[in-house]
Write a protein that binds this ligand. Structure first.
Ligand SMILES: NC(=O)c1ccc[n+]([C@@H]2O[C@H](COP(=O)([O-])OP(=O)(O)OC[C@H]3O[C@@H](n4cnc5c(N)ncnc54)[C@H](OP(=O)(O)O)[C@@H]3O)[C@@H](O)[C@H]2O)c1
Length: 227
């Protein structure tokens, strides 16, 4: 049966590829975009424009628009995020707070606002990052990004505890090192995968998500990660 799937942060990057791939396989995709998602709309994909996950009003408007046409969701991918680099001695706390608003509070306020639209048995995937793993932090740095993503992981685990009694599964996701605008100025030599590869892996993870694997943190390559 055709699934109705909301992808949040779909303007570009990994989320944009997920929208394209879900649409290509016949899912009923709703692309929530910060701007207008013009290229997706031009191809007949349903776009919800001006969805800013750092604004409570914005996500409530999204929820109201979806409710107004009786949309019930089989899955939500929350992918919107930013990476603004910093280092100790030069941390801009206004930027830090803004990053936290988007990366950590963003998924919480969005899923909280949309909760009533999720079907029993629905799936929620939230993209954080392996750099938000406490156990994996062997190099430090990136204070605002790491802290916001660690907090996002806690959002996901908490949502799992609250939503699993309703039959809703929640998975935290790491896409891998992906060549997108977000990483284009990232220092160091890294082996990047494409947004299409990351998207395919994340879709596979959500396809395979069950109540038994809910409340965990998974790489797009399928391996489960430590918190
Ligand atoms: N690329 C990697 O290697 C990597 C690794 C680990 C985790 N991640 C995570 O993966 C996610 C996607 O990243 P990406 O690499 O695809 O980056 P990207 O190409 O920069 O895409 C990020 C998306 O988030 C949207 N966005 C930003 N702020 C938003 C807001 N306030 N409300 C709604 N949408 C907002 C952007 O919209 P606009 O384009 O309109 O600004 C864009 O569509 C992020 O959460 C990122 O932290 C990426």
């Amino acid at each position: 049966m055709m699934a109705t799937v909301l992808v949040v942060g779909a303007d570009k990057g990994i989320a944009h590829s997920i929208v394209r791939q879900l649409d290509a396989r016949g899912d009923d995709v709703i692309a929530a975009c910060l701007f207008d998602g013009a290229d997706l709309a031009a191809d007949g994909i349903r776009v919800e424009p001006q969805v800013d996950v750092s604004s409570g009003e914005s996500v409530k408007i999204l929820a109201a628009r979806l409710a107004a046409n009786d949309t019930k969701l089989d899955a939500i991918y929350h992918i919107a995020g930013v990476m603004w680099l910093d280092e100790l001695g030069d941390i801009d706390y206004d930027s830090f707070r803004k990053q936290f608003e988007i990366n950590a509070i963003g998924p919480l306020r969005t899923i909280e606002a949309l909760r009533g639209l999720l079907k029993t048995g629905a799936k929620v995937g939230i993209v954080s990052s392996r750099v938000g793993s406490l156990g994996d932090n062997t190099s430090g740095g990136m204070y605002a990004y790491r802290i916001s993503k660690a907090a996002a992981n806690m959002v996901g685990l908490n949502l799992h505890h609250d939503l699993s009694p309703d039959g809703i599964s929640v998975l935290m996701l790491h896409p891998g090192m992906v060549a997108t605008d977000l990483t284009k100025d990232f220092p160091g030599e890294h082996e990047y995968i494409t947004p299409e590869q990351a998207a395919a892996g994340l879709i596979r993870n959500i396809d395979h998500l069950t109540p038994e694997t809910s409340g965990r943190f998974q790489h797009s390559d399928g391996t489960f990660l430590q918190w």
